[in-house]
Design a protein around this ligand. Structure first.
Ligand code: G
Ligand code: G
Ligand code: MN
Ligand code: NA
Length: 250
């Protein structure tokens, strides 16, 4: 692919950056942490969103190196924040399948001194598409490091729910497509309630993504979600802006 060489160069030249989107806990409306989201600061094209280069990076295998950079950079940023704040990092299935993952996580924690409890790895249901059993040893090994594991984009994958019984996830992140119609769509409300039930039954934190309106926030609070994330609470922001938000007393 045309972009492949450019992606290599981007790594070497340090053109990737992480933006940080706030995650808010609803018990006290305080800041729980941030999700790290990668962007490519392209010299000509400007800021390139992940959807435009992550799929290519996955195809070419470059996602492994990019993912290592993301993990280290995210841990490094979070290590400078107050200890109660967590950092969430997205993992693609390729990274999850690659045999270097555990070592990569360990070295990111070692190099930055971040407490493992403060790192949350986000995986999607697609990890379980082939075979749940196959993914369990790695999940257990990650858990043994005491990092947290979240299911991202919950409800949008094609896998069955049986993986929830097989592994104790720390967090369920309900996909924003179920949040957007919650004011008017009774189907979405039913799903939202079911997810809160699943979360409480499995002792997992429940987070609702993509909150854009005050009304959505009120509804999800009333339904009992533990955490929220979305443009209403804060857009993905530069590290300096995240720092300012933290110092602003969140
Ligand atoms: O930031 P934005 O909403 O444009 O992200 C779009 C998609 O890219 C989301 O699915 C998100 O999970 C994914 N993404 C963002 N940052 C990373 C990253 O560092 N690694 C991987 N694998 N995916 C990411
Ligand atoms: O797949 P994942 O949940 O990691 O995707 C995160 C992506 O969702 C980021 O690219 C982020 O920019 C985007 N996002 C975060 N909050 C909102 C929101 O409130 N509305 C919309 N439309 N997108 C959001
Ligand atoms: Mn995510
Ligand atoms: Na998501």
């Amino acid at each position: 692919h045309m972009l492949t060489a450019e992606l290599h160069e981007a790594l070497l030249k340090g053109q990737f950056e992480l933006h940080y989107q706030p995650i808010v806990q609803l018990d006290d409306d305080g800041l729980a942490g941030f999700e790290a989201l990668i962007r490519w600061r392209h010299p000509v094209r400007g800021l390139v969103p992940p959807m435009e280069f992550i799929p290519i990076a996955e195809e070419t295998g470059l996602i492994i190196q990019i993912g290592e950079w993301v993990l280290r950079e995210a841990c490094r940023a979070a290590a400078a924040w107050p200890n109660h704040l967590k950092i969430a990092v997205n993992l693609s299935v390729c990274q999850f399948r690659h045999n270097s993952l555990l070592a990569t996580v360990v070295s990111a924690l070692d190099e930055t001194g971040l407490f493992p409890e403060r790192l949350e790895i986000e995986i999607t249901e697609s990890v379980f598409l082939a075979d749940v059993e196959q993914s369990l040893p790695l999940l257990r090994a990650l858990k043994e490091l005491r990092i947290r594991i979240a299911i991202d984009d919950f409800g949008t994958g094609y896998s069955s729910l049986s993986y929830l019984r097989a592994f104790a996830f720390d967090k369920i992140k309900l996909d924003r497509s179920f949040v957007s119609g919650i004011e008017t769509d009774p189907g979405n409300l039913a799903i939202v309630r079911a997810v809160v039930g699943i979360g409480s039954g499995f002792n997992a934190t429940t987070l609702a993504e993509g909150i854009e309106t005050e009304e959505q926030l009120q509804k999800l609070r009333a339904e009992g979600f533990s955490e929220v994330q979305g443009f209403l609470l804060g857009r993905p922001m530069l590290q300096a802006e995240a720092q300012a938000l933290i110092e602003g007393g969140a």
